[in-house]
Design a protein. Sequence first.
Length: 441
Amino acid sequence: MDYMQRSIFDGDKITIPLADRVRPENFDQFVGQEHLMAKGRLLRRLIETDNISSMILWGPPGVGKTTIARIIANMTNAAFITFSAVTSGIKEIKEIMKKAEEDKLRGKRTVLFIDEIHRFNKAQQDAFLPHVEKGNVILIGATTENPSFQVNSALLSRSRVFVLKPLEVGDIVKVIKNAMVDKRGLGDMKISISDELVEMIAVYANGDARTALNTLEMAVMASKQEDGVRNVTKEIVEESMQRKSLLYDKNGEEHYNLISALHKSMRNSDCDASIYWLARMLEAGEDPLYIARRIVRFSSEDIGMADPRALQIAVSAYQAVTFIGMPECSVNMAQAVVYMALAPKSNALYIGYNEAKADAKNTIAEPVPLHLRNAPTKLMAQIGYGKGYKYAHDYENSITDMECLPENLRGRRYYKPTSYGMEKNYGERLDYIRKLKNKGK
């Protein structure tokens, strides 16, 4: 059948994008993923010796998952079939599995590559399972989603997971320069582009080689020719990016400068600046989950009991980012930072915890008072565990005068409520509780 023999690697060179035209076909052309593809690494050894087993290639877009499958296709002594999670159903799966089983009886192996395996539903994945178990097929799945959640556990347990990382800026620069000299790519064209613009494209790509090559191709094709040379300018590159490139090193100083600006804008109750710094980070390619984690921290460090709901809002924003990702989650993030900016502020929890931490580290670690210990055995009860414990619900207002701090720290006050927002109410409640305790004593 035709669909069983056709490959995602086939196509008319004239019409396919640059990223597909210059896709590496061997180890020498492959860039990045040194932890997997460098000489001596496990995955490379398995491919070189043609000893591959079922595997899942997990990583973000444009980092080499399909390219690794292509290299395997070129080097394996087996039938190599590609399969679409979007267009194929149970019927097609069964037909392919039947042929693979027949080929196995004739001593021929079948390697089945499934791009975007996470798009297969449970029934489709279950259809592969018995054939993977029997060894009728060697399954190679590629996914941008966490396979722990998107691939059936039984199928996952029979596959080796290889994690691919976003490409470094230097790797993408190399990919771009290779494409400009590769005859399959732009090697037949005379192109003038500065190293600065090449790096700009590489930074913009945010670890995705496909994005970089698509941007390069668009910029080159849109550039004017003078004496047969296409001169690529900064304006053309920025237009090709469809947005102004924001130079941003996620591991460098600017990374910390921007998150600091966001944090301090929220702390200063400036919702406009908060939205701006959020946008600067997101549009430059910052991991939205990183920002979401910082907002969760902010909700307790700078707001705390002045508005306890801030923590709920922050955690909800984190969940929204996890559920829908960029760019859709940007508005959820904006809602969260505006809420944090407008909420009343208190750092009482932050100060209180740090003071308690200092005491925990620097004072004598006294044992837990006997009256606070459980006594699950008769011996423990005999030696005084639990003796003198007062069960709060047996007392008026469910409050007792029982001391819960160790002897050397009695009277210490870690939580000191402010008078802002709801914390004023909690402060009044705390004063009331302390008066009742003193009255009991």
